[in-house]
Design a protein around this ligand. Structure first.
Ligand SMILES: Nc1ncnc2c1ncn2[C@@H]1O[C@H](COP(=O)(O)OP(=O)(O)OP(=O)(O)O)[C@@H](O)[C@H]1O
Length: 595
C-alpha cells in the first residue's frame, strides 16, 4: 500500500542514495515523502540514520514473556513487479528494443542522434572510451593492497539467511474455517480464486484467529514483513472477523453509546498519511462488503496544493491519486455522515483521530506557540517587521476555540498501528501514544502516559530498561511494519514484553530486483556527486547498448530515483540537475494539482 513511503524507508531516512533499478518514472525523481506533522519545540527532528534491529528476538523481560515466530512457508505469491520500462539487471544482455523517440537526446552530454549517424557513432565511441577508462581504473585499484572494508548495507539490512526458529505447518490456502464464509468470499473476489496466503498472512491465520487463551483478554501482536507482502490483509482479516463475531454474539446490534458523539468505532487503524488511510479504508471496505461491516476513513479528500506548475509533476501526481480519489471518495467521512452512521472500523492518522476525539482546536496552545516561534524565526532571518503593522503595533491576538468532540472511544476493541516504525518514530510518537492513552482512559482503564523523553531515555541501550513499566492496553493491539528499527524493537521489549512478534523470513532482506549502492560524498557539492553517479549509470547503459546494438537506435537510459531527507533538498537538487541538463521531476507534498 505504502510503496512510496516504504521505498523511502528502505533506503534510509538520512541518506541521499541512487538506485539504478528501473522504476517507471518519467525522469529523475527527487522525493521527500515523510509527512512532518510535528517538530518538537519548533526544531527539526533528528535526521540521524535509523538502525534496523538485526534480531527480532525480544530482550529483557520480554525474553521470558514475549515470543518470536518466523514463518517458514515461502511466500506463495510474487509481488507485482514494480512497473518499469527499463531492463532488469539480469536481462541486460538481451537484444535492445529499437526506438525512434526523442529519448536519446538526454543521453550523456549528447546531441540529438535521431537523424545523425555520426552522432550515433560518437555516443558509441564515447561509451567505449568511458568503459576502458573505468576498466583501467579498476585494474589500478585491484593492484593496490586491500584494506578490509565494512559492508555499509550490513548496517541497515540483514543480508544473511534467516536463522531464527520457524513455525511449521502454516496454512497454505485461505479456507473457511478459520475464515468466516462471507470474508472468504470477499477475499477471493479481491485476490482471485487461487490466491494463496503470503508468509505473514499464513502466520496471522495461525495465531490471530485463535480463541483467546485462559486469562488472556486482549491480543498483542507485531506483524513484521517486507513491503508489499500483504500485511494489510494479515491484520484486516482477523479484525473484521472478530468484529462480526462479536456483533453476531450479541442478540441485538452492538451497543453504540448514544451520547452526543454518535461515532463510536469498534476498531481503529492508524496510518501515517491521509493517502494511505484512504487506500486502507478502500481495501477494508472491499473485504467487508459481504459480511456487511461499516468501514470509514477519517481523512478528507486531497486538497490541491499551491506549488508552481510543471506539466510532468502534474501528470505524476494525477497518476498517484487516480485510484484513491475516484474509488475512495464514498468512504471518506463527511460531517453529516459522522453524525448519522455508526461505524465499525475507522481508518485515520493519529492527529486526525485525536482531533475528532478531543475536538478540533484541542491543541491550539501548542500550535500558537509553534506559530509564534515561526514568526520569531522569520523576523530574525529577514530582519523584518513580521507581525507588526505600519505603526509598529503588535499583531492582534488571534482567537482560538475548541470544537465539540465528534467521536467516542469507549467501544474500541482493536487498534492497529500500520507502519509502526513511522508512527513510533519521534515525529509521530507523541500523537500515537496520546491517542492510545485516550482510548485506554475512555475504556475505563487508564494507563500511564509515556512521553517521548521516557522512551528516548530507555533507548540508550538495546537492553530492557529497569525503569520502564510495561503497559497493558485494554484492547487488542496490533502493530505492522516492513522495517523494525532498533528503537522500535527496544520500545516493544520495554513496554510490551508479552507481545508476540510474527515475522516473515524475508524481513530486512533487500528485494532481489533492487540494486542499491552507497555513493560516497567527495566533500564538495553533493549535487555534483549525484550528477556524476547518474551519468555513470547512463554511461553503462550506453556501453551495454554499444556492445549489443546491431543497428542504429537510441540508447535506452535507466530511470533513476533519488531520495532526499528534506523537501528543501529535493527542490535544490532538482534545480541543480535541471540546470545541468538532466530532466527531472521534484516530487514533494507541495505538488500542484493536475491541469
Ligand atoms: N495473498 C495474496 N495474493 C495475491 N495478492 C496479494 C496477496 N496479499 C496481498 N496481495 C496484494 O499485494 C499488494 C500489497 O499488499 P499490501 O499493501 O497489504 O502490502 P503491505 O505489506 O501492507 O505493504 P506496505 O509495507 O508497503 O504497506 C496489494 O495489492 C494486495 O492486494
Amino acid at each position: 500500500m505504502a510503496s512510496l513511503v516504504a521505498l523511502r524507508r528502505l533506503l534510509g531516512p538520512g541518506s541521499s542514495e541512487i538506485t539504478s533499478s528501473r522504476f517507471h518514472t518519467s525522469s529523475v525523481v527527487l522525493a521527500q515523502l515523510r509527512r512532518k506533522f510535528k517538530k518538537s519545540n519548533g526544531k527539526p527532528s533528528s535526521s540521524s540514520r535509523t538502525r534496523l534491529a538485526k534480531s527480532l528476538q525480544p530482550t529483557g523481560k520480554a525474553k521470558r514473556l514475549g515470543k518470536l515466530e518466523v514463518a517458514r512457508a515461502p511466500p506463495a505469491f510474487e509481488r507485482d513487479a514494480v512497473p518499469h520500462e527499463g531492463l532488469a539487471p539480469r536481462q541486460r544482455e538481451s537484444p535492445p528494443r529499437w526506438r525512434t523517440t526523442s529519448e536519446s537526446r538526454s543521453s550523456p552530454r549528447s546531441r540529438s542522434t535521431n537523424d545523425d549517424p555520426d552522432a550515433e557513432t560518437d555516443v558509441k565511441h564515447w561509451a567505449i572510451k568511458a568503459h576502458s577508462e573505468r576498466v583501467d581504473k579498476r585494474k589500478a585499484i585491484a593492484r593496490q593492497p586491500r584494506t578490509p572494508q565494512a559492508n555499509l548495507l550490513e548496517e541497515e539490512f540483514d543480508l544473511s539467511a534467516s536463522t531464527a526458529s520457524s513455525s511449521k505447518d502454516l496454512p497454505t490456502r485461505f479456507t473457511s474455517p478459520p475464515l468466516m464464509p462471507g470474508l472468504l468470499q470477499s477475499l477471493r473476489e479481491t485476490l482471485g480464486e487461487d490466491a494463496r496466503p503470503t508468509a505473514i498472512q499464513a502466520s496471522s491465520m495461525r495465531h490471530l484467529f485463535k480463541e483467546p487463551i485462559e486469562g488472556e483478554k486482549y491480543k498483542e501482536f507485531l506483524l513484521a514483513s517486507e513491503t508489499g507482502s500483504g500485511k494489510s490483509i494479515a491484520y484486516l482479516l482477523p479484525v473484521l472477523q472478530d468484529l462480526k463475531r462479536v456483533e453476531r454474539e450479541q442478540s441485538k446490534p452492538v451497543a453504540r453509546h448514544s451520547s452526543l458523539k454518535s461515532l463510536n468505532p469498534r476498531a481503529l487503524v492508524l496510518a501515517p498519511t491521509h493517502e494511505l488511510t484512504r487506500q486502507l479504508a478502500s481495501f477494508a471496505k472491499r473485504l467487508s462488503h459481504v459480511i456487511k461491516l461499516r468501514v470509514m476513513c477519517a481523512s478528507r479528500a486531497n486538497t490541491p496544493s499551491t506549488a508552481k506548475s510543471s506539466g510532468t509533476a502534474s501528470k505524476m501526481k494525477g497518476k498517484f491519486e487516480q485510484t484513491s480519489t475516484q474509488n475512495d471518495a464514498e468512504f471518506v467521512i463527511s460531517k453529516s455522515s459522522r453524525m448519522s452512521r455508526p461505524v465499525d472500523l475507522l481508518v485515520g492518522t493519529p492527529m486526525k483521530l485525536l482531533e475528532m476525539e478531543r475536538g478540533k482546536g484541542w491543541n491550539w496552545e501548542e500550535r500558537a506557540r509553534e506559530r509564534a516561534m515561526k514568526i520569531g524565526k522569520a523576523k530574525t532571518e529577514e530582519h523584518d517587521d513580521v507581525g507588526e503593522d505600519d505603526g509598529g503595533n503588535k499583531e492582534p491576538a488571534r482567537e482560538f476555540w475548541i470544537d465539540e468532540p465528534e467521536m467516542g472511544l469507549q467501544n474500541v476493541e482493536w487498534v492497529v498501528v500500520d507502519e509502526a516504525d513511522i508512527l513510533f518514530d519521534p515525529d509521530f510518537q507523541q500523537s500515537t501514544l496520546m491517542l492510545l492513552a485516550d482510548i485506554a482512559a475512555a475504556r475505563g482503564q487508564p494507563v500511564p502516559v509515556i512521553s517521548s523523553s521516557d522512551i528516548s531515555s530507555t533507548l540508550d541501550s538495546e537492553l530492557t530498561h529497569a525503569s520502564a513499566q510495561p503497559i497493558s492496553y485494554p484492547f487488542n493491539f496490533v502493530l505492522t511494519s516492513a522495517t523494525i528499527p532498533t528503537s522500535l524493537s527496544t520500545y516493544l521489549s520495554n513496554y510490551h514484553p508479552s507481545l508476540t512478534r510474527l515475522a516473515s523470513p524475508r524481513l530486512h532482506h533487500l528485494p532481489q530486483t533492487l540494486r542499491t549502492e552507497h555513493t560516497s560524498w567527495t566533500g564538495g557539492n553533493k549535487g555534483a556527486d549525484i550528477e556524476r553517479r547518474i551519468r555513470r549509470v547512463w554511461a553503462e547503459d550506453a556501453l551495454v547498448h554499444a556492445k549489443s546494438a546491431t543497428g542504429p537506435g537510441p540508447v535506452k537510459l535507466s530511470k533513476v530515483l533519488v531520495f532526499c531527507n528534506k523537501r528543501s533538498k529535493v527542490e535544490q537538487l532538482a534545480a541543480f540537475l535541471d540546470g545541468r541538463g538532466i530532466k527531472c521531476v521534484a516530487l514533494t507534498e507541495r505538488l500542484e494539482p493536475p491541469p
